[in-house]
Ligand binder design. Sequence first.
Ligand SMILES: Cc1cc2nc3c(=O)[nH]c(=O)nc-3n(C[C@H](O)[C@H](O)[C@H](O)COP(=O)(O)OP(=O)(O)OC[C@H]3O[C@@H](n4cnc5c(N)ncnc54)[C@H](O)[C@@H]3O)c2cc1C
Length: 484
Amino acid sequence: MTSQQGTTSAVQNARTRRIAIFGAGISGLASAWRLRERAPEIELEIWEKNERVGGVIGTRIVDGFQCELSVDNFITTVPEGVELCKALGLQDELMSTNNRFRRTFVVRNRRLYPLPDGFMTMAPTKLYPMLTTPLLSPFGKLRCGLELLLPRRRSEEEESLAAFAKRRLGKEAFDRIIEPLVGGIYGGDASKLSLQATLPRFAEMERKDRSLIWAMAKSQRSARRVKREEESGARYSFFITLRSGMNVLPERLADAVGRERIQTSRAVDKVERDGDQWLVRDAQGRGERFDAILFATDTDAASDALRASAPEVANLYGQTDRTGVAIVHLAYRNSQIGRPVQGMGFVVPTSEGNGVIAGSFSSYKYPTRAPEGTTLLRIFVGGSRAPEMVELAESELVSRVEAETRALLDISGGPLIVDVARFPHAMPQYYVGRLAWRRELQEALERYRTLALAGSSLDGVGLPACVKSGYDAADRLIAALRTE
Ligand SMILES: Cc1cc2nc3c(=O)[nH]c(=O)nc-3n(C[C@H](O)[C@H](O)[C@H](O)COP(=O)(O)OP(=O)(O)OC[C@H]3O[C@@H](n4cnc5c(N)ncnc54)[C@H](O)[C@@H]3O)c2cc1C
């Protein structure tokens, strides 16, 4: 290296590096937070297409009822969500679910029946509730019990959730219990969703312990032992929320990152390579140069923008399947509900439903969400089961949802409030073939060290997984810029 080259590179290294983040949903804001925490020397700009931050997250207060538009609560077992809230000083906002109403119900023949106590997504953990549940026939119960004796699968190939559940626990348990539970969580089609990408711990249980029932019982025993050993037990329930509304999280994050760094109503349109830098154009055609870029938008927006400059990444990322859901909030006086149930919510099997996937008794879970003497219901509609529902005219959508809930809960009279939020194409679906796709995407990304992706299409759809994906994307760019 000549001395002149050495001087130039020293000057370049001294130059302030610039990163652009596209999308100010939870993933983009979490990556911005990480960049501010770990690399404050890097200059940061965030472009957000909408007028507000938060992406799908939002809270609307309607006549005293707190309606959570998308994220209702989030799991505490992936720690990034709860830890971020604490780091932002939101500990006093964290609220566990009301322990009095822990049950989930399943619709069968247009009535609500409790999910057998101890049934965890894919497998039972307790014998007696399974033997006595009216949800399964005697044959269905026997077939479920046979799971204890079945050999493990030999193939390592990806398998659909439906194929796995039917193989292990039988078609009846799948149709009547597992399919509605999975639909309620992912809004997806269990015959296409990949077990290994969506619920990998069940594949792992079969691989290690052969029987799911056996493995679940074992893990329950050790969980009880750990709980006994911890003097005070777990501090938070499995799900938690923020008392004043989930929108507090992105708003607080935006404050912490610095509002002056966030440009709302600015959408990324095209990205080109310009030497070591990226030349980024917004939808108005204005261009800016950055040393690294991070896409935390939906996959279509990222794929369109990257088409010319990172075609392999654009092609793969654009292949993500997504489905849409709508959330309808309805509130009633308690006296209007003829058949109240003591539970968190209910799920609806495909064979029973007319587009409603699941419902949650929002004000039972979190009593602060509705005025005294009233009940707030939150109903999920659409998904891959009935995507057309998301596009229905509001009056048609509401009347179908009202009819379904009226019949289930024996409701008389009209609702006190109605609130509708629609999310077309907002839920990525991890279909079979996903693991190979993820590896290929990672390999394609390796060719572009200063490009990173974050969001629910990568390694988990839940809020804490999105926070983690934001952190991972930020770390990747910090490492790339520091080793340049
Ligand atoms: C109805 C619903 C209910 C859910 N419920 C829960 C729940 O209870 N618990 C849970 O843990 N998770 C839940 N999830 C999942 C979770 O909410 C999402 O996975 C997560 O919020 C996604 O965050 P994100 O930042 O990746 O994407 P988004 O929130 O979609 O943010 C992407 C951002 O990119 C912006 N953007 C798009 N194009 C451009 C562009 N060209 N230029 C700049 N910006 C652009 C968008 O405007 C948006 O703000 C739910 C999701 C939905 C849809």
